[in-house]
Design a protein around this ligand. Structure first.
Ligand code: NAD
Length: 487
């Protein structure tokens, strides 16, 4: 039986600058993963609520696009200031609904703030090119114009940062935005948008709705939605991409991952182990950049696994709010059970558990699962193929760097990878030949900063322009070429 933790609040929609508590809609529970308690209820929008939000956004867009970019970003400067002042509170809300540790939550909020900082540079970022006298008496220039109403659909694992990959850039470009965050973690984006409201964003420029497939489908098929930014699992990303593209919309859909960490025998083993711990078990493995397959090359396996197993056994798992905790719970009971079932499957399919996360359950009703390391994992095993999205690391040993590259390139995913080595040539070779979008060299979580683009390859990404950085400016604007001649 689930007990209520404090008062159970109903999460609001934010439409046309006002907070609304919709009535008569199906509501779903939001839980605190560390205690299992229900902390809020999230109402699910249907097509009628989405239509109203989109029409509101479209009306606001018609005015917002004419506000000079220099004035648009003033809102973001004030928003950044409010985020800084409220960062600790925001991180606390994030831990309470997502489960990640307080340190991880604060780091996430910091990354979100960096997105806002980069979007504040939109007056420079939106500049076009010009060339006079491209023909006799004719000048040519390019300009960038906002595309209209953009929908953002986001996952549970970064409820502060991933929405901020999208809306600060979109609104700085002059678009209006509808955010449909994950129904598992609606409280963090709600608080962030309260701050954006306080920063003075005009009504309707950003609207927040909640829901599941029905809400998303209404956005994908709405004729006034011109662009869709999606981040989530691969099957849904593929669906979003094909559905919205068939409707003639611009789409970027970032999907799931299976990330390989390659360790050469000449790697600095203690530092590599710390990087692997952070990559595989940080945020309980619920990161699209999490390392989930460890690929020791040649003699690397012995010294690496000795150190790694020792360090993993000592990992402090518990409530993310408690000091010293290194790994929090998984986001929901269902997800925790799903990840545990992968550990069962790994054992059943013949992998060797060096550390078994099922044995390390902290007390209480939280959705805890300890870290797991499997050795002797082969390519056909389910745990080698599926994205588990939890603290489960599979070890696949190889003899040479070539074998490691072949193994990684056989994966249908291509989100992130890392190589650990003291040899620049091996690192260069790996970075060049690997079919993966984000590569770390002695970096376990190769997360591009706000001013660089973020996305994977293959089944980890559907679209063209990546998230944030200059790609975001390209995605949220349409380019126009103007040729002028004056008689
Ligand atoms: P998810 O795909 O279940 O949900 C993502 C969003 O899509 C949510 O808002 C959800 O409500 C909506 N959704 C879910 N099912 C839908 C359906 N059938 N039709 C329409 N909309 C639907 O993902 P999640 O479990 O919230 O997040 C974890 C996943 O996100 C992992 O696969 C992870 O790798 C991925 N992720 C990828 C990146 C990246 O940069 N590539 C970043 C973060 C997370």
């Amino acid at each position: 039986m689930i007990a209520a933790d404090r008062t159970v609040e109903t999460v609001s929609f934010y439409i046309n600058g006002a907070w609304e508590k919709p009535e008569g809609l199906a509501a779903h529970p939001v839980t605190n993963p560390a205690s299992g308690a229900v902390i809020a209820e999230v109402p699910f929008a249907g097509a009628a609520e989405i239509d109203r939000a989109v029409r509101t956004a479209h009306d606001a867009f018609l005015k917002w696009r004419n506000v000079p970019v220099i004035d648009r970003v003033q809102v973001l400067y004030r928003f950044k200031d409010l985020l800084e002042k409220n960062a600790v509170e925001l991180a606390h809300i994030l831990t309470r609904e997502n489960g990640k540790t307080a340190d991880d939550a604060r780091a996430e909020v910091r990354r979100g703030i960096q997105m806002v900082e980069v979007a504040c540079g939109m007056p420079s970022l939106m500049m076009g090119d010009s060339l006079n006298d491209v023909a006799a008496g004719i000048d040519c220039k390019t300009i960038r114009q906002p595309i209209g109403v953009v929908a953002g659909i986001t996952p549970f694992n970064f409820p502060a940062m991933v929405p901020m990959w999208m809306y600060p850039f979109a609104i700085a470009c002059g678009d209006a935005f509808i955010l449909k965050p994950s129904e598992k973690v609606p409280l963090t984006p709600t608080r962030a948008i309260e701050l954006l409201h306080d920063a003075g964003l005009p009504p309707g420029v950003l609207n927040l709705v909640h829901g599941g497939k029905e809400a998303v489908d209404a956005l994908l098929h709405h004729p006034l939605v011109k662009g869709v930014s999606f981040v989530g699992s691969t099957p849904v990303a593929k669906y979003i991409y094909t559905t919205a593209a068939a409707e003639g919309k611009r789409v970027q859909a970032l999907g799931g991952a299976k990330n390989h960490l390659v360790v050469m025998p000449d790697a600095d083993m203690p530092k590599t182990v710390e990087a692997i711990i952070g990559s595989a078990f940080g945020a309980a493995g619920e990161r699209c950049l999490a390392g989930s397959v460890l690929v020791p090359v040649g003699d690397a396996a012995g010294p690496l696994l000795d150190l790694l197993v020792k360090r993993t056994r000592g990992l402090n798992v518990g409530d993310g709010e408690k000091p010293g905790v290194e790994m929090g719970p998984l986001v929901t009971r269902e997800h925790c059970q799903r990840v545990a079932s992968y550990v069962d499957k790994g054992v059943a399919e013949g992998a060797t558990p060096l550390v078994d996360g099922r044995e390390a359950k902290p007390e209480g009703e939280g959705f805890f699962l300890g870290p797991t390391i499997f050795d002797n994992v082969s390519g056909e095993m389910t745990i080698a193929k599926d994205e588990i999205f939890g603290p489960v690391l599979s070890v696949m040993r190889v003899n040479t760097l070539d074998e490691a590259i072949d193994l990684v390139n056989r994966s249908p995913f291509g989100n992130a990878t890392a190589i650990f080595t003291g040899n620049g040539k091996a690192a260069r070779e790996y970075s060049s030949r690997i079919e993966v979008g984000m590569v770390g060299v002695n970096v376990g979580v190769a997360a591009p900063m706000a001013f660089f683009p973020f996305a994977g390859w293959k089944n980890s990404f559907f679209g063209d322009l990546h998230a944030h950085g200059k790609d975001a400016v390209g995605f949220y604007t349409e380019q126009k070429v103007i040729m002028s001649r004056w008689f």
